[in-house]
Design a protein around this ligand. Structure first.
Ligand code: FAD
Length: 392
């Protein structure tokens, strides 16, 4: 008979898994993708839009190609998973049976992570950490900032989606402010001692945006922070800062549906490193940010890489096709200024315990402008290739 695969979430992990399972499963597998949005706006490259280097529309991708290649795209929310009956229930009331379930819902924010902030405050203090209207709102606020005003960013604690993301954002906001508001300041309030590619970012900020960017770390109370969105203030361990734009990126956890399905241990979902199947239920696979993915960072590249391993395993189980040993890879590019691109990456293999890094690389300090421009061009090629690999 025909086997049913249901995929929850049409982002980096879910769209890739749906596409590969439908493409290679032929008429032996029926794939249904559940995704509430009609268009997916990528978080990746959204900082370049904040920097004025990318059009907003270029970040949007629709599901039409997936539908025309045979994926049944249902625009709805998955609200429950009955793992005994093997069904997924939707907000619209339907119930879908599955033989294998793939879940890639991304992140949700932990409630109460930044006292004073919740979803009702996200217009006054946007997160822009799920892309779309939030990204546009943050850009509009940067463009409208008063002369010499302060842009503040409250960075999240580890682990979170896109480790270099907040710092690439600082770079791109600085790039915009240097042009339209050169006396403006950027304040980073960071609960972490250190962060991804820190030396590269700090060198770049000093070279391109001298005197504009200040960072407060945990030594100065940046791990004890609350906000008042009505007053536009940040309280840093008793010291109150008045700011003009406040980008709050709260602590994160796996998307709610994974918790509701009983697949988490703490904030994230434990998975088998060999194939991304849940350690709790072998018929369910969890991809991307929601998974506890060992040494891999929470990135679109990682989610896409995991989705291909998962698709191979799902098809092996349902059609008897050949299953290859898992191998994962990731690269995270960041843009510091026009054509000043840096990167960090690794390849990974499964061990019993986790997805383990086997070799890694990172851009060096003091590289020539030619090398940095080449790194940036590489990232442009990557964006086009990976969005085609996800959405067709
Ligand atoms: P997502 O891509 O977020 O997809 C989840 C989807 O699931 C969403 O479309 C959502 O609507 C849907 N969903 C959620 N719950 C439900 C439900 N109950 N029912 C149905 N659907 C549901 N990564 C890189 O590789 N390179 C970069 O340069 C990069 N830059 C970034 C910059 C920023 C500013 C940010 C915020 C992130 C960046 N990332 C980057 C990280 C990347 O965006 C994420 O890691 C990636 O999107 C994770 O994929 P995912 O499939 O886990 O989740």
């Amino acid at each position: 008979g025909v086997a049913n695969v249901v995929v929850i979430g049409g982002g980096a992990g879910g769209a890739t898994a749906a596409r590969y399972i439908a493409k290679d499963g032929g008429d032996r597998v029926r794939v249904t993708l559940i995704e509430p949005s009609r268009a997916y706006y990528t978080c990746f490259f959204s900082n370049l839009y904040l920097g004025g280097l990318r059009e907003f529309d270029s970040l949007g991708h629709s599901y039409g190609t997936l539908a025309s290649m045979g994926v049944n795209v249902v625009h709805d929310w998955a609200v429950g998973v009955d793992r005994d009956a093997k069904t997924v229930s939707l907000a619209g009331g339907a119930s879908l049976p599955y033989d294998r379930l793939v879940i890639s819902p991304g992140i949700d924010f932990k409630e109460g992570a930044i006292p004073g902030w919740d979803l009702s405050a996200q217009n006054a203090m946007p997160h822009a950490y799920r892309a779309g209207s939030q990204t546009e709102l943050l850009k509009a606020q940067v463009m409208a900032m008063r002369e010499g005003g302060t842009f503040a960013i409250i960075a999240p604690p580890n682990p979170y989606r896109c480790p270099p993301g907040p710092y690439e954002r600082v770079s791109m906001v600085a790039h915009t402010l240097r042009e339209i508001n050169p006396t403006a300041k950027i304040l980073i309030v960071d609960p972490k001692e250190s962060y991804s590619k820190q030396a590269l970012f700090e060198d770049g900020w000093q070279a391109h945006y001298p005197g504009m960017i200040e960072r407060i770390g945990p030594d100065f109370g940046a791990n004890i922070v609350s906000v008042d969105p009505a007053a536009m203030t940040i309280d840093i361990d008793g010291q109150v800062e008045q700011v003009d734009v406040c980008n709050v990126i709260p602590a994160q956890m796996a998307g709610r549906i994974v918790h509701e399905a009983g697949l988490t241990e703490g904030d994230w979902a434990p998975v088998n490193p060999a194939d991304m199947s849940s350690r709790v239920d072998p018929n369910v696979f969890i991809l991307g940010d929601a998974a506890n993915q060992g040494d891999m960072p929470k990135s679109a590249f990682a989610a896409n890489s995991q989705a291909k391993v998962c698709a191979n395993a799902v098809l092996g189980a349902l059609t008897g096709s050949r299953v290859f040993p898992a191998r994962y890879s990731n690269t995270c590019w960041s843009l510091i200024d026009t054509e000043d691109g840096v990167k960090v990456g690794a390849t990974y293999e499964p061990t019993e315990e986790k997805i383990a890094s086997v070799d890694s690389f990172v851009s060096e300090q003091g590289e020539s402008p030619e090398v940095r421009a080449e790194t940036y061009r590489e990232s442009l090629g990557w964006y086009d290739a990976i969005t085609e690999d996800m959405f067709g």
